[in-house]
Design a protein. Structure first.
Lengths: 574, 729
């Protein structure tokens, strides 16, 4: 794994936007059209390259693929190391796709187009970097670097309270990630003490964790370091009570900024959970899970209740993000197969449907320069195509079966139900019963939104003059509608490549030391041939004791290969 | 076996294609061919696929009937929908007697209602949009009934809720319709919450009993897996089984409008009348009964849940019947009657006579669709007036409507020989004889049966009220309507101020000329109101033909299906797996003056009683105590009109209370505590750093600058390090 490979296709995907930005920078300021098309071409090309990545991606392994290793600062153990696994490949595609859509939409930007496009493309590189980094310092750098273009997008092209909003956005996430940096350094030091070689590589750290040696010497540190990471990701997610930066940032951000913010930036938080919090802290995880599940459930209900009373389209969608990301967390911290896959799928579908909602809000905002419900009403007759697209996206956000929103929520809640009804980690069935109520509340605020904008008499003379969407806008929004149905009817397209990573991550988090899969050992596979199964008891003393289900002992069957038909198979680790 | 029933998928594809054709080409065709002939073409294209689907359904039924009774199950699998390790949810469809029965009802009654709607909606500007939704509804309803597992059923389950939402809000310019639509969807969502939790619990229970399963399949939600393993899944876990059954029943309560979730259905009458007939009477609202039949093994294992179901069914039947007495809107009376009849069906399911529930679904589909379509014909004839107080003696003007509706009235009242009598008899018999629905020693099922018998009397009574107020009596009351209240004309005189608009560089807006053209195209809608000189006219054949066909079914279906237990053995050819042979016919209920009183005698007596009371009161026209002046109404009737305060209390608690809670949380907690803390900390740092700060406004910029410098420095340092140590291992 430590053989230098040089830069390859993955780096190409990551850095193509910034190369595009450099080209844009060469174009004179006045040639607005040239700038726009150059940026668009750069983002389309990036998307195209990322599709090539997907094409060469193998679903059968949990190991990182398209790995590139360029030695860098050997003395500090910092190297340029990137790669993608089942989780990150889809986040890379989500990023390149939404960036392309955002750049396209940004043709509506008129002020300082050049700077705007520079920031957009720089932001894309930063986000891609986060999802592919396998070195903690490189990860941290991209993680922080992504703040800067976003900050300027809000602060320069934002609304009236942009100064406050951008600062709040910056300080919240920056404050959170400082802790993460500390956590990384602790991991680095512990690993150095253990192995004698300095390394910031996630793979090396995980291998030390999997053997149980990393935390063996200082078990009291593990919860602290866990929370140092978790706080950074909770802020980013954002989870209750760290969410208040989100509505402000969304309301003030320009449309494309909101799309990126909701569609991609929030996923850095949940991706962080999957990449750091699950694999690296298996001993402390069981005792922290109830807290995180509680935050998830509160977020689901809280976000939905507050969304329902918002007077402004964007604020409503922003608070709905808090609720939806709660489902992602709920799934991930169920620590079982259905839950982790559900959470990972939900983060993709939230990216598509909430991104699309912000896009649609942007389309109407460009026309009417208002987002307040009181200025709308009766648009269904006025803009039937817009109404139809809005309806489909809204339903996907509400989790209607047949759309992508359903699959994620269903699997995440199913996973949570498995954990909660079995009372694992001291959780209670009430968690999933209440979280399920979030689906009802989602219908409440989304239907309210649709009613306020599209139903009722069309009395505002400004609205009466509105034309329906233009063809290119229909194509842009329609591409998201296609994804909504694709994800809803053929979710295996997305779930399939994630399964090996989900299984491995789950096992890293739940198996005892020594049996955990290791990323840096290419000989390991979680899907080897044969029906090898292992009996494992999880780290919680309360297991089984209070289980509703009268199983005598709770055990994990580590099932290999997908059974052809009617073969013994469990729902995965509990 | 494999592939024999693959063609059943055409029942789905045909209406789906129809729906897409309406959505994509409807406007174009109507624009191209002109309004009248365009609508005729699109109407034909809307009705055709549903009739064709009915044909496919008949073919499949005939084919299934030719197979051995115990082998009448086939599965059609399209592809794997959700597949993860340990759980596979294929897109699979189950062809069996239950699903095909529902297919015939949905497509058969659906086709007639589509035909009716081509006439009823003839004046509608959004003609293709209406049929887009209607065809889509047929598709999703068929997904619901044909589904081979609970998750696929859930697609249809929520999908029909969506179509219902869209069609209730069809006339969306009126915000009250939109609110009714929201209410329907949200209340249904409460039911869906129960249903999904029930599904999850079922999965958990199945996985927990994995070692005991006789058919170990990862298709955990598929009906065949559940049925094959029912003893090992439900056998030893009475509490869990009851929990699953009750959660599923919550779902059924939402969809089938049972107490406490019934209150969306009356408001759903805001939709066009064919929608009320198809979705909110004949098909969608019976989905709960269907689902209980589909999952009947769970309920068989849980007498407690069955008892709760029977009790709630009986109470809903009673409660809704009482409310019906206080309604003057003809569609609302029918809506409450639907709620009440659905209650009967759940009494049957609770008692363990599941087939009787579906039997009543079938007969009810005929006579209730007929009643709604008849009511639609009346409303059509009476210039969209729905208040029965302005009807009277309409049989003179609407002979076909009156005759067919009279048949339906007799059927729902339980007059012997008509379909409703047979299905009601099966329900009451099962409930009164049954021993299944008990909690401890309390025989809730039997009590429910008695209550239902009483409600049968009430049903005959309020239906007599409806029939007499509408069609009979001596006065034509619309000729002497009380003066309408002062109407608010402020909206009509809305000012069309020509404001100055900025340049429209993106072409977002219509120009003034285009606006004028649009207004001319829209034309002026003449709204002809009901007045004294109004002359009601019978509806066109497209509307009366469905009425006549449905009337024939309302007469004959019950008798035909009852013969030799035909319907029962079709649905349940062998004994139930757990209850085995539930008692269905109580012999002698009690002795009265030495005579043995049996059920038929008693229920005929109940129907006669109800009809007699009704005729006695309403044969002379509209009683003063139910007239236009609400102050003259009796206390009971006024309370019944307001649903005894239930809906108001619930809605104000949920809507106003919810809004207040949301506002309070948002303003106090979000903006107050969290942001307050954040801003406070920021201010603290601001005070500390005020010496460094040049100006208040420069704060943001200097932070940003600092960050930028920091970021650049970090990257610069890394680049330097890369160059300095580059490649050095």
């Amino acid at each position: 794994m430590n053989q230098p490979t040089g830069f390859g296709l993955l780096s190409g995907v990551v850095f193509l936007p910034i190369v595009g930005a450099l080209l844009v920078a060469l174009i004179p300021k006045a040639q607005v059209a040239a700038i726009r098309y150059a940026a668009l071409i750069a983002s389309v090309a990036t998307f195209g390259l990322s599709v090539v990545l997907l094409h060469g991606f193998s679903s059968s392994t949990f190991h990182f693929q398209w790995v590139e290793f360029v030695p860098w600062i050997a003395r500090a153990g910092i190297h340029y190391r990137v790669g993608v696994d089942g989780f990150s490949i889809w986040l890379v595609l989500l990023t390149t796709f939404l960036s392309f859509i955002s750049v396209w939409f940004s043709f509506y930007i008129k002020d300082r187009v050049k700077e705007y496009m520079l920031f957009m493309l720089a932001l894309e590189t930063a986000m891609l970097g986060v999802f592919v980094s396998l070195d903690m310092i490189v990860f941290y750098t991209f993680f922080e670097f992504s703040l800067i273009p976003m900050y300027f997008l809000i602060a320069i092209w934002g609304g009236n309270r942009r100064a406050y909003a951008s600062l709040k956005f910056f300080l919240f996430t920056f404050a959170g990630s400082i802790f993460m940096l500390l956590g990384m350094i602790v991991l680095f030091v512990l690993n150095w003490r253990l192995t004698g070689t300095p390394s910031f590589s996630i793979l090396d750290i995980q291998s030390a964790v999997a053997s149980g040696k990393l935390w063996a010497g200082s078990p009291h540190l593990e919860p602290w370091v866990f929370w140092a990471f978790a706080v950074a990701f909770l802020v980013k997610c954002p989870a209750f009570p760290f969410h208040t930066w989100l509505p402000d940032a969304h309301v003030e951000a320009p449309t494309a900024g909101s799309v990126i913010l909701a569609g991609v930036l929030l996923k850095m938080g949940t991706y962080g959970f999957l990449r750091f919090c699950l694999p690296l802290f298996p001993d402390t995880l069981p005792s922290q899970v109830p807290i995180l599940m509680l935050l998830a459930v509160i977020g689901i209900i809280y976000g939905a209740v507050v969304a329902a009373v918002q007077p402004d389209l964007k604020k409503l969608v922003a608070y709905s993000s808090v609720a939806h990301m709660g489902f992602v967390m709920l799934g991930i911290f169920s620590l079982n197969h259905a839950g982790i896959l559900g959470g990972s799928f939900q983060q993709l579908s939230h990216g598509v449907s909430t991104g699309a909602l912000f896009l649609l809000v942007g389309l109407i905002y460009e026309r009417r320069h208002t987002r307040e419900f009181k200025d709308f009403g009766g648009l269904k007759a006025q803009m039937p195509i817009f109404a139809a697209i809005f309806l489909i996206i809204m339903l996907s956000s509400a989790g209607l079966p047949g759309t992508n929103g359903f699959v994620g929520e269903f699997l995440a809640l199913l996973g949570a139900a498995e954990t909660c009804f079995n009372r694992l980690y001291g959780l209670d069935p009430a968690f999933v019963v209440i979280a399920g109520g979030g689906v009802i509340l989602a219908a409440v605020y989304l239907l309210y939104m649709f009613q306020q904008v599209f139903y009722g008499p069309n009395t505002n003379p400004d609205n009466k003059r509105l034309k329906d969407l233009k063809p290119w806008e229909v194509v842009m929004a329609g591409s998201l509608v296609v994804l909504v149905f694709w994800g809803g009817l053929f979710p295996n397209t997305f779930i399939g490549p994630m399964e090996a990573s989900a299984t491995a991550t789950r096992l890293m988090a739940t198996l005892p030391a020594g049996q955990r899969p290791v990323w840096s050992d290419p000989s390991q596979e979680v899907s080897a041939a044969g029906n090898q199964s292992q009996l494992v008891s999880l780290g919680d003393g309360r297991l089984g004791a209070g289980a509703i289900i009268a199983t005598t002992d709770v055990h994990v069957v580590w099932q290999e290969e997908h059974p052809p038909e009617e073969v013994v198979n469990h729902l995965g680790a509990r | 076996m494999k592939g024999q029933f693959d063609a059943i998928m055409w029942t789905l594809w045909l209406p789906l294609i129809g729906s897409l054709v309406q959505a994509l080409f409807g406007k174009w065709v109507i624009g191209r061919l002109g309004t009248a002939s365009g609508r005729r073409v699109m109407g034909f294209l809307a009705v055709l696929p549903v009739f064709a689907a009915f044909g496919v359904g008949v073919w499949a039924t005939a084919k299934l009937a030719s197979i051995e009774p115990d082998a009448r199950v086939a599965t059609v699998t399209l592809f794997d929908w959700i597949r993860i390790q340990g759980l596979r949810v294929p897109m699979e469809f189950r062809v069996d007697t239950l699903s095909l029965t529902m297919v015939l009802i949905v497509t058969g009654v659906g086709a007639l209602i589509h035909l009716y709607a081509t006439g009823y909606m003839g004046e509608e500007r959004d003609y293709p949009r209406f049929f887009t939704y209607m065809n889509l509804f047929i598709v999703l309803m068929l997904v619901l009934v044909l589904a081979g597992n609970l998750a696929v059923m859930f697609i249809g389950w929520e999908g029909v809720g969506l179509c219902s939402y869209l069609l209730i809000g069809f006339w969306y310019r009126d915000l009250s319709n939109a609110r009714a639509a929201n209410k329907a969807f949200i209340v249904n969502r409460i039911g869906d919450w129960g249903m999904t939790l029930g599904m999850f619990l079922l999965v958990v229970l199945t996985v927990g009993n994995w070692d005991k399963l006789s058919l170990q399949s990862d298709r955990l939600l598929s009906f065949d897996t559940i049925f094959a393993n029912m003893h090992s899944i439900f056998g030893g876990h009475p509490v869990m089984t009851t929990a699953i059954a009750l959660l599923l029943f919550v779902g059924a309560c939402g969809k089938s409008a049972q107490f406490p979730l019934y209150f969306w259905l009356p408001d759903a009458m805001a939709g066009p009348t064919p929608v009320s007939a198809l979705i909110h009477a004949a098909t969608m609202v019976t989905a709960g009964v269907f689902m209980v039949n589909r999952m009947h093994v769970v309920f068989e294992y849980s007498p407690v849940a069955s008892a709760v179901m029977a009790a709630i069914g009986a109470f809903t039947a009673f409660f809704a019947a009482l409310i019906a007495f206080g309604q003057t809107d003809i569609k609302r009376v029918l809506a409450y009657s639907t709620v009440s009849q659905l209650g009967f069906m759940f009494v049957a399911c609770g008692a363990g006579v599941y087939w009787a529930g579906i039997f009543h679904v079938t007969t009810h589909a005929f006579f209730k669709a007929l009643l709604f379509l008849g009511a639609g014909a009346v409303i059509y004839a009476m210039a969209h007036e729905q208040d029965m107080r302005s009807y009277g003696r309409l049989w003179k003007y609407l002979p076909i409507t009156a005759a067919t509706m009279f048949v339906a009235y007799l059927a729902i009242s339980g007059v012997p020989g008509l379909s409703g009598y047979y299905s009601k008899e099966a329900i009451l018999g099962g409930a009164l004889a049954g021993e299944h629905a008990t909690i401890g020693t309390v025989e809730l099922g039997v009590y429910s049966g008695w209550l239902a018998l009483f409600v049968a009397m009430l049903t005959a009574w309020y239906m007599t009220r409806l029939t007499w107020l509408t069609f009979f009596g001596k006065t034509e009351r619309w000729r002497s309507l009380p003066a309408p209240e002062e109407q608010d004309h402020s909206e009509a005189h809305e000012t069309h101020g020509h404001e100055e608009h900025g340049p429209d560089e993106h072409g977002f807006f219509y120009s003034a000329e285009e606006m004028a053209a649009r207004e001319a195209e829209e034309g002026h809608e003449e709204h002809h109101g009901l007045d004294g000189s109004h002359a009601p006219r019978e509806a066109p054949p497209s509307m009366t033909i469905p009425l006549i066909i449905l009337a024939a079914c309302s007469v004959g279906a019950g008798f035909y299906l009852e013969q030799g237990d035909k319907f029962k053995t079709w649905l349940y050819p062998s004994d139930l797996p757990v209850l085995e042979h539930v008692r269905e016919h109580p012999n002698v209920l009690f002795r009265f003056l030495g005579f043995a009183v049996n059920l038929p005698a008693l229920s005929i007596f109940a129907a006669a009683c109800g009809i007699f009371c009704g005729v006695l009161i309403y044969s002379r026209g509209l009683p003063r105590r139910e007239g236009w002046n609400l102050a003259g109404w009796g206390r009971f009737r006024r309370a019944a009109r307001r649903q005894f305060g239930y809906d108001d209390a619930l809605m104000s608690a949920a809507v106003d209370g919810g809004r207040e809670v949301g506002q309070a949380i948002w303003l106090n907690f979000d903006a107050g505590i969290i942001d307050g803390a954040v801003n406070g900390i920021a201010r603290l740092f601001g005070l500390l750093g005020s010496g460094l700060r040049r100006a208040q406004t420069g704060l943001v910029r200097s932070y940003a600058l600092l960050m930028l410098i920091g970021g650049v420095a970090l990257i610069g340092w890394m680049a330097y390090a890369l160059w300095r140590f580059g490649g050095g291992q």
